[in-house]
Ligand binder design. Structure first.
Ligand SMILES: Cc1cc2nc3c(=O)[nH]c(=O)nc-3n(C[C@H](O)[C@H](O)[C@H](O)COP(=O)(O)OP(=O)(O)OC[C@H]3O[C@@H](n4cnc5c(N)ncnc54)[C@H](O)[C@@H]3O)c2cc1C
Length: 407
């Protein structure tokens, strides 16, 4: 009998799981269920190009015809409300049940809401979907006072785009630094300076206590009693895993569905991939939910391989990028507290890199407008190749043009 795989969540990880599975198994029945109306799409452009007026169509992962050709039953606008792992069935919101042999949960995350008085005023928005991006884009009119609550990657990307749209932008961050957990705060300090240089008012160590306005937001009230004028408030304070289906079914969860290296959950024949999955990786040294484009791709491959009985996917060093102003910033691997920081290039120039090194081995790197070195650096991190710090620092010669034998 051909296997039946049902994938819940038609975002990036769901669509990529379907594609990878079809490549590995031509006979399998594959059904992709998603509660959004749009064809599966990638989200990174939503805070960048689409928010800046670009066309949303470019974010679509595969055209409609592709699903037909690949015999993947894509059902949009369909919400799954229950999983019965003993009967191997999912329950859809309109009452229909679907049987599966393997189930993949790719339900992603949702924006964490701001819980203060006034959070429901018009003009207070979050950014997760195409609709969110188009609606926010319409509010970024020249001269508008845009207040971004949360100085993480999403908030900072919105700030950069709002500056490009000639808005007056304030970023409010509760912590004393931006991105303190990313490479030990190294990148946060850089981005804070970059944003201030572009005219953003970056305020750290501030607590939002309420939003003011009649029906439309007019100001953000802070704990010190002051207020920041606002025409638009973008709440970017993190995300919560859509793990309710797995949780209700009895799978082990902890703000995300716990999975192993093959994306297997604690329940038989159920996998979880993408933002909703929490996995222990030796790269990050702890159990983490990685909200990144690359993680969605890698876990989709891992789940598809496990379902199809193909060779497992090799563990990859984490990679994340962000685009802010004229800077493409790529982050690879990780940093441990006592790593030496080796700078390659001039930190005041638009292009340079930082490497986090221990025992002549690169553990992590931040590449600023230096994406051309990403593959080599990633390989160096993954193979733990030993390399001299002087060689890393020498921006005059290409970095590691030849793959080397592992030591
Ligand atoms: C604005 C923005 C910018 C980003 N920029 C970057 C970037 O620059 N670099 C980077 O590496 N990453 C970036 N990311 C992160 C990246 O887009 C995500 O990691 C990726 O989308 C994760 O894919 P996913 O399939 O796990 O989740 P999603 O793409 O969120 O897909 C999950 C889907 O499941 C659906 N769903 C949920 N529950 C159900 C249910 N019960 N029934 C049916 N369907 C359901 C959801 O509606 C959604 O469509 C960005 C994310 C956002 C939001």
């Amino acid at each position: 009998m051909t296997g039946r795989t049902v994938i819940v969540g038609a975002g990036q990880a769901g669509a990529r799981t379907a594609a990878a599975l079809r490549r590995l198994d031509q006979a399998r029945e594959i059904t992709l269920l998603g509660d959004e109306q749009a064809l599966p799409y990638e989200r990174p452009p939503l805070s960048k190009d689409v928010l800046n007026g670009g066309t949303p169509a470019k974010t679509t992962i595969f055209p409609l015809g592709w699903y037909e050709e690949q015999r993947i039953a894509l059902r949009a606008g369909v919400r799954v409300v229950g999983v019965d792992w003993r009967a191997k069935q999912v329950l859809l919101a309109h009452g229909e049940s679907l049987a599966y042999d393997d189930l993949v949960l790719a339900t992603g995350v949702r924006a964490r809401p701001l819980v203060v008085p006034g959070a429901n005023l018009d003009g207070v928005v979050t950014l997760r979907t195409i609709e969110d991006s188009l609606s926010l884009s319409g509010r970024l009119t020249g001269g508008a006072n845009v207040v971004v609550i949360g100085g993480g990657f999403l908030g900072l990307e919105v700030a950069a785009t709002a500056i490009a749209r000639k808005c007056a932008v304030t970023v409010l961050e509760y912590g004393n630094d931006l991105l303190p957990r990313i490479f030990g705060g190294f990148l946060g300090r850089y981005l804070s300076d970059l944003h201030r240089m572009h005219g953003v008012e970056v305020r750290t160590g501030v607590q939002v206590t309420g939003l003011e306005g009649d029906t439309v937001v007019e100001a953000v009230r802070l704990a010190d009693g002051t207020a920041v004028e606002a025409d638009v408030v973008v709440v970017a304070i993190g995300a919560t895993a859509n793990d309710e289906l797995a949780r209700a079914a009895g799978a082990d969860c902890d703000d995300g569905v716990l999975v192993d290296a093959h994306a297997r959950t604690s329940l038989p024949s159920i996998f979880a991939v993408g933002d909703v999955a929490r996995q222990r990786t030796h790269w990050l040294g702890e159990s983490v939910r990685v909200e990144s484009w690359e993680n969605a791709e890698v876990q989709a491959q891992a789940a598809a391989s496990a379902i199809a009985g193909a060779a497992p996917v090799a563990a990859a060093a984490p990679w994340f990028w962000t685009d802010q102003y004229d800077r493409n910033i790529q982050m690879l691997g990780n940093r441990v507290a006592d790593d030496i920081v080796v700078i390659r290039g001039d930190v005041t120039a638009p292009s340079w890199s930082a490497f986090f090194v221990a025992d002549n081995t690169i553990r992590g790197a931040v590449l600023i407008n230096a994406g051309r070195e990403r593959r080599n650096v990633k390989r160096l991190i993954e193979t733990r190749q030993r390399i001299d710090c002087a060689e890393i620092a020498d921006a005059g010669r290409p970095l590691f043009s030849q793959p080397r034998a592992q030591t």
